[in-house]
Design a protein around this ligand. Structure first.
Ligand SMILES: CC(C)(COP(=O)(O)OP(=O)(O)OC[C@H]1O[C@@H](n2cnc3c(N)ncnc32)[C@H](O)[C@@H]1OP(=O)(O)O)[C@@H](O)C(=O)NCCC(=O)NCCS
Length: 295
């Protein structure tokens, strides 16, 4: 098999963000200074109030839909119980839809976002870090209450877009481990497989580092893969299942990458690799079965 390493010319930005402020790895220790404490209290308090408002408002249309099922006259208690029970799923869907819309609007209004290309020292508990925390809290709540039902549907794509992601047409995201939506740029027909971890942040030595992830037209990320920050993939690139794309990698247009860390595979490699396969597995083309027949 001819393999080549994913090129990584970008690596990490040379210039450290002004938020870094030190040259040695920091020791993780929370500085419980009064101002930091106040900032944390304000962050948690404001997040709590906003989420209560968002959830409360998201319940209103569902409650309005639900009310007639209670107030109408029914021929019997059995019929009423059955009708009310049947209304549960549509009511939850209405709630989930409004939760996505209102949460995204609240984040836009308040400007709670992941700051791009930043290094945020956790110990300092400064505002950019805390804004990121509030954004992540809102994303977490929406994926908990709406994501399990709606991921991989156009409605989930609609939510991601509303929440700051720049997505083309026909994008499907079948994973709930996709966050920092405002740092995601996916062109048309990108597909993110089940269980993919892809976000605009990583935490290293108690510093939150952020960078955008850009995927070109028709890129597919295979199930269970991890895509690092700052990754850019050219149109038609694909990443195999269970692969690791290191941060700031550049994936060539139309190429296929597999493994941890990923290596580019040559489409003609299967024949070359014949004889090095595990016992019982043969090279085939055109979707024929891979398991060799046993005599
Ligand atoms: C990566 C992938 C697209 C390659 O498919 P392909 O181009 O038809 O290539 P092949 O299946 O012929 O595999 C080519 C070689 O790569 C290896 N390979 C394929 N997928 C691999 C993976 N995920 N990890 C490691 N090696 C892999 C094969 O074993 C084969 O090696 P060989 O040459 O030694 O035989 C496919 O294997 C894959 O992982 N698809 C996942 C799709 C997915 O998850 N989509 C998400 C939505 S469901």
């Amino acid at each position: 098999m001819e393999i080549g390493k994913a090129s990584m010319p970008g690596r990490e930005p040379e210039e450290p963000s002004p938020l870094v402020g030190f040259s040695h790895p920091p020791v993780f220790r929370l500085a419980w200074r009064p101002w930091a404490l106040l900032r944390v209290a304000w962050t948690l308090g404001s997040s709590f109030v906003v989420e209560c408002l968002v959830f409360g408002l998201a319940v209103v249309p569902a409650a309005a839909f639900w009310t007639p099922f209670f107030t109408r006259a029914y021929p019997s208690t059995v019929v009423r119980t059955a009708v009310v029970a049947m209304a549960f799923v549509p009511t939850y869907l209405i709630f989930a839809f409004f939760l996505m819309v209102l949460s995204a609007f609240a984040m836009r209004l308040l400007g709670w976002r992941t700051p791009p290309n930043a290094h945020l020292v956790i110990e300092r508990l400064e505002w950019p870090l805390l804004d990121w925390v509030r954004y992540i809290i809102s994303i977490h709540l929406v994926r908990l209450f709406a994501g399990s039902l709606l991921r991989a549907t156009p409605l989930w794509t609609f939510y991601l877009r509303l929440n700051g992601a720049r997505l083309g047409r026909g994008v499907y995201v079948n994973s709930l481990a996709v966050s920092d939506h405002n740092l995601l740029e996916f062109d048309d027909h990108v597909v993110i497989g089940d269980g993919v971890h892809l976000s605009g942040h990583t935490v290293e030595r108690a510093v939150v580092k952020t960078a955008p992830v850009r995927l070109g037209r028709g890129v597919t990320i295979g199930i269970g893969s991890v895509v690092g920050i700052g990754v850019e993939a050219g149109p038609g690139a694909q990443v195999g299942a269970l692969s690791l794309v290191p941060k700031f990698s550049r994936l060539e247009a139309g190429a296929t990458y597999v493994g941890a860390p990923v290596r580019k595979i040559d489409k003609g490699s299967a024949e070359k690799a014949r004889g090095t396969r595990p016992e019982g597995v043969t090279a085939t083309t055109g979707g024929e079965p891979r398991a060799a027949a046993t005599e």
